[in-house]
Design a protein around this ligand. Structure first.
Ligand SMILES: [Zn+2]
Length: 279
């Protein structure tokens, strides 16, 4: 699943390829992708004649800023956007096509069909689901140590679950949560309301560092998210625990172990991330 840095790579690529293009019409082949407005014809009507003025991102959501409309899209497991010439063959699993007036088109491809699109009159996207449910991005000004520590104090969930909760901090998924907790030296099963302010600060700082570094490297893409223009993310080489089970910890040499936490495959160094602190 793409996380914040991968979505940011997609955003930058689409920004280069699709900015300034005017939507002539929209073809919808799988209606369940369209979540708002519920009526696909209304969705098509809203987007017709709109030009892509900017492309933003919040958490793992892409936000296409059109003339009067904001289109919010989540790629979920396997969603991919690509810009093609309209004559290029349409591959299987292409569910939505935005036809541009210049003869090119933006295609949304999704093998799993879990992706979503919400269109709102501009401004309303921020005060409606899904964006209203999102916490700040890790590097947003709103993600202060005080905000984060207050959130931790209010929950008895473990840290893995808390960091995956998009309403607390947006954009972190399985890969970057494991990497951040390792860098912070905190066990993923630690209960949130038992963390000290100092531990919260280590996790906050590590989350910001990991995400910014991953953005710089273009993410950790194993496959390309944009078919023809796909760029491979280089953060793969910077991973210290994710997918590193049975290799030695870079800090202490202890083998990295893989376990299940909150139902998710989780990678830790048992030495650097003790569950019980001995004092
Ligand atoms: Zn270690």
């Amino acid at each position: 699943m793409p996380e914040l840095p991968e979505v940011e790579t997609v955003r930058k690529t689409l920004h280069q390829l699709a900015l300034g293009k005017e939507i002539k019409s929209v073809s919808i082949y799988w209606e369940n992708i369209i979540k708002h407005p519920r009526d696909p014809e209304e969705f098509q009507h809203l987007l017709q004649g709109q030009t892509i003025r900017d492309i933003n991102r919040k958490g793992k959501f892409l936000i296409f800023q059109l003339d009067d409309i904001a289109l919010v899209s989540h790629l979920r497991m396997e969603g991919k956007f690509g810009v093609y010439d309209s004559h290029e063959e349409k591959p299987a699993h292409t569910h939505v096509i935005f036809h541009f007036t210049d003869g090119t088109e933006l295609r949304y491809n999704d093998v799993r069909k879990f992706g979503t699109m919400h269109a709102f009159p501009k401004g309303e996207e921020a005060v409606n689901k899904p964006l209203i449910q999102l916490g700040p991005d890790p590097f947003d000004e709103a993600f202060t140590l005080n905000y984060f520590h207050q959130k931790l104090k209010k929950t008895k969930r473990n840290m893995k679950a808390v960091l995956l909760d998009q309403s607390i901090v947006a954009g972190l998924g399985n890969i970057y949560v494991d990497e951040a907790l390792f860098r912070a030296g905190v066990h993923p099963e630690r209960i949130a309301n038992t963390l000290t302010l100092e531990e919260a600060e280590r996790i906050r700082n590590a989350s910001i560092r990991v995400i910014l570094e991953a953005i710089e490297q273009g993410g950790t893409t194993i496959r390309s998210y944009l078919n023809s223009q796909g760029e491979i993310g280089m953060f793969q080489q910077k991973l210290l625990v994710y997918g590193k089970q049975d290799t030695n910890c870079v800090n202490c040499g202890t083998p990295i172990t893989k376990m299940k936490v909150s139902g998710r495959g989780t990678h830790i160094c048992p030495q650097c991330q003790p569950l019980h602190t001995h004092g």
